[in-house]
Design a protein around this ligand. Structure first.
Ligand code: UDP
Length: 328
């Protein structure tokens, strides 16, 4: 059996955890990453090819050299606030980059792809749980690029026989329980890493963006999903594709539990044993009050259940990672 899988963005946060899970499942991940946000130390589960999805020749070369059975596509710009300021970069990397990849796959006869999408393609659904059939109504340029790509996958499936799975993540969080990988964005914008940095004294304190939402404690509610649970879902989605799934399928991947910003900060203080200053700021533009998944389809079709997405487990693994990085 051909075990090779090209993983674009394999040196990034979710991509590197997926590579570890792929290797554990007997696949050979080949990371293709331009290292703009990824780290070469994170690509240790198979070869790393440094290259850019905006370079069609580099895509042709990596596919020709490794002849993969399938592709996992993580390479993208991801910071929502940046996407509002410079949408052109997001459309270029996320949409044109994916078009380049699909065309390179098509030229080489590679037909199966797992795509890293986002629950943000659904926009703000109020206080309903989000399912795969919730309307597609992205708000930010970032989320719009992901929705465009999902549309592109559907069209390539119909026209060219592409088989694709779009995995719509909720809040990817936590770190490898073995301490080998973790989240390392620069600058950091996500809640749990920022709280860990505050607990380590690496920042003077932190802000809660809005405590006047119509939620139980006034702060935003999100669905935090452990990155290793996400990685497992990618392997299951790939297994299903290689077993003959046809066309495009989408799955919502969350823990299925809503957690407020205050609950996250309480957990970080509890797990770390450190107190830090927290101040209330105005709402952050574009934040929906509540985003929580109904994960019934992923459970029944992919046979996937989140196993590490209890809040304190997520925070403990993130905390251990940030502590180890502070010592390094
Ligand atoms: N948040 C916050 N302070 C921070 C960072 C984030 O209050 O320093 C809030 C943010 O407004 C959102 C939640 O934490 O309601 C999760 O934000 P994050 O950026 O981690 O993920 P998002 O849900 O935006 O993808």
């Amino acid at each position: 059996m051909n075990t090779k899988v090209i993983v674009t963005g394999g040196a990034g946060y979710v991509g590197s955890h997926a590579c570890k899970a792929l290797a554990a499942a007997g696949y050979t991940p080949v990371s293709f990453d331009n290292l703009s946000n990824g780290h070469d130390w994170a690509a240790k589960w198979g070869p790393l090819v440094v290259g850019d999805v905006l370079d069609p020749a580099a895509l042709d070369a990596v596919i020709a050299a490794h002849k993969p059975a399938a592709v996992m596509h993580f390479a993208a710009l991801i910071e929502v606030g940046e996407s509002v300021k410079r949408p052109e970069d997001f459309y270029r990397t996320n949409v044109t980059g994916t078009l380049n990849l699909l065309e390179a796959m098509s030229r080489a006869g590679v037909r199966d792809i797992v795509f890293s999408s986002t629950c943000a393609v659904h926009g703000d659904v109020g206080d309903a749980l989000i399912t795969e059939t919730s309307p597609i109504a992205p708000i930010s340029p970032y989320a719009k690029t992901k929705a465009v790509v999902e549309g592109m996958l559907a069209d390539f499936a119909a026209a060219h026989g592409l088989n694709a799975t779009a995995l719509r993540y909720f809040n990817a969080s936590g770190a490898d329980p073995d301490g080998e990988l973790g989240e390392a964005h620069d600058p950091e914008s996500h809640l749990i890493p920022i709280a860990c940095q505050a607990a380590l004294g690496q920042r003077a304190g932190m802000f809660i963006y809005g405590d006047d939402y119509a939620t139980p404690d006034g702060t935003c509610v999100r669905d935090y999903i452990h990155v290793s649970d996400l990685a497992t879902a990618h392997v299951k989605a790939l297994d299903r594709l290689l077993a003959g799934q046809a066309g495009l399928e989408a799955f919502c991947l969350g823990g299925g539990v809503g957690t407020s910003v205050r609950q996250v900060l309480d957990s970080v203080k509890r797990v770390s044993g450190a107190d830090f200053d927290v101040q209330i700021q105005p709402r952050r533009p574009g934040d929906a009050p509540m985003l929580v998944a109904n994960v019934g389809k992923a459970q029944s079709v992919l046979n996937w259940t989140p196993e590490r997405s209890d809040l304190d487990v997520i925070v403990e693994t993130a905390w251990n990672w940030h502590k180890s990085q502070a010592k390094a």
